[in-house]
Design a protein. Structure first.
Length: 240
């Protein structure tokens, strides 16, 4: 872990204190270590997670500039729908958007059928890994997409846009069903990508433009997405 700590120290020198960097890295080790299947990769994965968290924390504190919208896809295990959505958003948005996926529950390996369906679409998930939803990444988000009620309670940051996508669960599903879920996610991602990357003034305009009025929900398109006011939570059932 010393190499990761040194690398993070150099990258975030003058942004975060050495104590803060070490704390975030150690906490990332603890959270990643809870997933036994990645035991041999804990140092590398914890370093990647810590970097995401420190970058997001700097954005929230104003010590790191935010040049593009930050989008977070939240699933239950970060092993299926959220991973597909994040990968498709990266493909669509490129450098015009920064994308995260995270799990609100226990972590799990990327579903093999999900990896296969994405590979068929020309997107490889070899470098993807299941990661926990952290306060820092969530706090810097401009758009939070919860992948159905399975994610449980997610407190949406003030001013962030919240979408709740009700989709089939690819976990353990036949490959044909996973392909259908992938294609549905692709259509939703394309629409969202077009909206947030065409904002002339960047993510700050996106925050104000997409805020929903307090009295209730606004259904933008019942076939594509449900948008909720800030602070509304998603609850119950199984999912990834």
């Amino acid at each position: 872990m010393s190499k990761s700590l040194e690398a993070l120290g150099r990258e975030f020198e003058g942004v975060h204190s050495p104590e803060q960097i070490e704390h975030v890295l150690q906490d990332s080790v603890r959270q990643i270590s809870n997933e036994a299947s990645v035991e041999h990769y804990v140092p590398a994965l914890a370093g990647r997670l810590a970097r995401e968290r420190l970058r997001s924390l700097g954005q929230t504190q104003g010590t790191i500039s935010k040049d593009v919208p930050e989008v977070v896809f939240v699933g239950l295990h970060d092993s299926g729908r959220g991973q597909m959505a994040a990968a498709l958003m990266r493909e669509c948005g490129g450098s015009r958007v920064n994308v995260h996926s995270a799990g609100s529950g226990t972590l799990a390996e990327i579903d093999p059928a999900v990896a296969q369906a994405m590979e068929e679409a020309g997107i490889h998930l070899e470098e993807a890994y299941s990661k926990p939803l952290t306060e820092e990444v969530l706090g810097a988000a401009d758009v939070v997409v919860t992948m159905g009620r399975s994610v449980g309670e997610v407190m949406i940051p003030a001013g962030a846009r919240h979408l709740d996508w009700r989709l089939g669960d690819p976990g353990g599903a036949a490959i044909d069903e996973v392909r259908k879920i992938r294609d549905e996610i692709r259509a939703r991602v394309q629409r969202l990508c077009d909206e947030i990357t065409q904002q002339p003034d960047g993510p700050h305009l996106a925050r104000s433009r997409f805020r929903v009025s307090p009295p209730g929900r606004e259904l933008l398109d019942t076939h594509l997405e449900e948008e909720r006011p800030c602070g509304v939570e998603a609850r119950s059932e199984h999912g990834s």
